[in-house]
Design a protein around this ligand. Structure first.
Ligand SMILES: Nc1ncnc2c1ncn2[C@@H]1O[C@H](COP(=O)(O)OP(=O)(O)OP(=O)(O)O)[C@@H](O)[C@H]1O
Ligand SMILES: [Mg+2]
Length: 332
């Protein structure tokens, strides 16, 4: 318990593990006038001297005529860590989303000024209908309307960012999240003749995440991989998992055209897309989400051809072993 062996604790002064117990007891004693039955937060000390928060449940009773205290102490460290992580997730995400939103707002200038130029051309064509012009009015109108549509898509991306409400952190299986998202892509795989392979080899996949956000990351990476393979004959998408230093790593590998050299260094920055109709926000948004979950995201060239996009998430090791013990106890 708390790093001590049972033999070490038996018969030991309780203040060894709860140094401020005396102060807590007298506070409770005064307030409850001898009838102590309460729950209080205190400081615990592990065998290595490390201090940690504990929840104390104490009750006073009598044993063979003498008053005794019966109590339990629960380690609150994991609860505090999860709360702190949740708070950071909200703050980091807001800050980074702000950066992406600023990039998108800047992007909006481009279709708006292009639309303005096309409208000017149309104005001149209408004013001088009989003059010889290099552009036809129908073409200028079509171009202007394409630009307005692009502006509309940028605005809906901004709206999408704003609509991502409070994170909903749950302990769940990452493999299940991957399988679910692949089920959603099954139609696209069939239409585009993409061979999708799942190699979910990680021995532990229990994570504390907002499932919707992590599926958004997976979907962005898979969409990019599929888009990079539209011009190649051989289309193979492999999603694999492995455990590394307390993290689970997900690799999304494709056999596409590979990441263009000129954007390799800024892949995760909100930049104009290299694709028609792309917004260039898929990877920056994925980075915001992964980093807010205390993970990392990066890209590299695939061995033969294409790209591999990888990200990590911290594993809930303690929690999963607890769950295993519980299942064993329940005979599952
Ligand atoms: N798997 C990949 N293979 C090759 N290039 C990639 C891959 N993933 C990303 N890229 C390159 O990185 C760029 C940025 O990707 P990102 O997902 O951020 O934006 P996008 O796909 O262009 O637009 P959006 O995702 O907003 O629709 C892409 O335009 C593409 O050039
Ligand atoms: Mg994309």
């Amino acid at each position: 318990m708390f790093g001590y062996e049972t033999e070490e604790l038996a018969g030991t002064e309780i203040r060894l593990i709860l140094p401020d117990l005396g102060a807590k007891l007298s506070a409770l004693h005064l307030r409850t006038n001898n009838r102590i039955h309460s729950c209080k937060e205190a400081i615990g000390r592990r065998s290595n001297g490390e201090a940690f928060p504990v929840e104390l449940n104490l009750a006073q009773t009598t044993h063979q005529g003498s008053p005794i205290f019966v109590g339990s102490a629960r380690d609150l460290s994991e609860k505090y860590r999860a709360e702190a992580r949740l708070k950071r997730l909200q703050v980091d995400r807001l800050a980074a989303m702000g950066g992406i939103a600023a990039g998108l707002a800047h992007e909006l200038n481009q279709p708006l000024s292009a639309t303005k130029t096309y409208l000017k051309v149309i104005e001149r064509l209408v004013e001088h209908p009989n003059k010889a012009h290099p552009v036809r009015i129908e073409d200028a109108l079509a171009r202007a309307s394409e630009q307005v549509e692009r502006a509309g898509r940028i605005i809906s991306s901004l709206r999408g960012l704003a609509a991502q409400g409070e994170p909903n952190m749950l302990i769940q299986s990452l493999h299940r999240l991957i399988e679910q998202i692949c089920e959603g892509f099954a139609g696209t795989f069939a239409d585009l003749r993409v061979v999708a392979i799942l190699e979910l080899g990680a021995s532990n996949d229990t994570v504390l995440v907002d499932g919707v956000q992590i599926q958004q990351v997976l979907s962005n990476l898979m969409k990019n991989a599929i888009e990079a393979m539209t011009k190649t004959q051989f289309r193979r998408l492999t999603i694999s998992t492995s455990v590394r230093d307390g993290d689970i790593q997900v690799d999304v590998a494709d056999s596409g055209t590979g990441i263009p050299d000129d954007i390799k260094g800024q892949l995760f920055e909100p930049l104009p897309s290299t694709k028609d109709g792309g917004m260039g926000v898929g990877l920056p948004m994925s980075r915001v989400i992964v980093e807010a979950h205390e993970g990392r995201i990066w890209a590299r060239d695939n061995i033969e051809r294409g790209a591999v996009l990888s990200f990590t998430l911290p594993l809930m090791e303690g929690i999963s072993s607890l769950m295993e013990t519980r299942s064993q106890k329940l005979g599952r």
